[in-house]
Design a protein around this ligand. Structure first.
Ligand SMILES: Cc1ncc(COP(=O)(O)O)c(C=O)c1O
Length: 257
């Protein structure tokens, strides 16, 4: 693109997009290998790459689904949501499916955030949440961590009449700390019904199960049961990474769509 057309693009693009902090993804493995003169194969664990490769069952199911490649896909993921709902024993209409948690965060942002509304999150939380707040032209408040954990008391103090959304990744990535169910329940008691609270639990499977049990978080990591726990199902969204689960469903159903 010539400089002139770049300038033109900058004029045309939504201003809030030009202001977003750029996300720097890891370099592709092939480029890194060349730069560092590495001979060994490696995986980007920081990008959740799996060194074992995809499951042969998943590869087989994907190949079979290509047979239906001439058909328009079910973009509401009806059957998939029903299978997940059965598995979690919750109504299918309570579930939304996206291409990863990032897409769900974007969809929630687009659905709820108006320019100038306040978006509250912790410093060092998942950068995509911050990007969504910037993209939607929100007033972003980043609350410092306390002992490397979400400081829920300070976050609740930052919530004002102008706040639309609070985003909490639990466990946090990359820090890896969690807030307990008791702390969350206390926090939710201070939050008005017209504020959307998003719990991003993309990493709950990496948390120590004993810790979850001990902290009574085990039920909290299921979509909606956590909301019930807080008696506020209507203003809570939980993003749980369903990769493994949907992988299993994909493998067990002959026709995915
Ligand atoms: C807290 C958190 N949520 C979500 C994601 C991204 O999830 P996905 O790969 O499903 O889009 C990340 C980053 O990997 C993350 O750190």
């Amino acid at each position: 693109m010539s400089i002139d057309s770049l300038d033109l693009m900058k004029k045309l693009i939504r201003e809030s997009i030009l202001r977003i902090q750029q996300y720097e993804p890891g370099m592709p493995a092939e480029v890194l290998k060349g730069e560092l003169s590495l001979k060994e194969e490696f995986s980007h664990l920081a990008s959740n790459e799996n060194p074992l490769g995809p499951s042969p069952l998943a590869i087989d199911a994907i190949k079979r689904s290509l047979e239906d490649g001439n058909l328009y896909p079910d973009n509401c993921c009806l059957q998939l949501r029903e299978r997940i709902a059965q598995n979690l024993r919750i109504p299918a209409e309570n579930l939304g499916v996206g291409n990863g948690t990032t897409e769900l965060i974007f969809l929630i942002g687009v659905a709820f955030l108006n320019p100038g509304e306040t978006f509250v999150m912790s410093e060092s939380s998942f950068i995509m949440a911050k990007i969504v707040a910037q993209m939607m032209d929100c007033n972003l408040i980043e609350v410092p961590l306390k002992d490397y954990r979400h400081d829920l008391d300070s976050i609740s103090k930052m919530v004002s009449n102008n706040t639309k959304l609070v985003y909490l990744d639990n466990p946090m990535n990359p820090i890896g700390t969690m807030v307990t169910q008791q702390e969350v329940s206390r926090f939710m008691g201070k939050i008005d019904d017209d504020i959307v609270v998003v719990f991003d639990e993309a990493y709950f499977e990496y948390a120590n199960k004993d810790n979850f049990k001990e902290r009574k978080l085990s039920r909290y990591t299921q979509v909606y049961s956590g909301a019930k726990e807080c008696d506020r199902p209507e203003n809570i969204f939980q993003n749980v990474r369903f990769g493994r689960l949907s992988g299993r469903i994909l493998c067990s159903s002959r026709r995915f769509y």
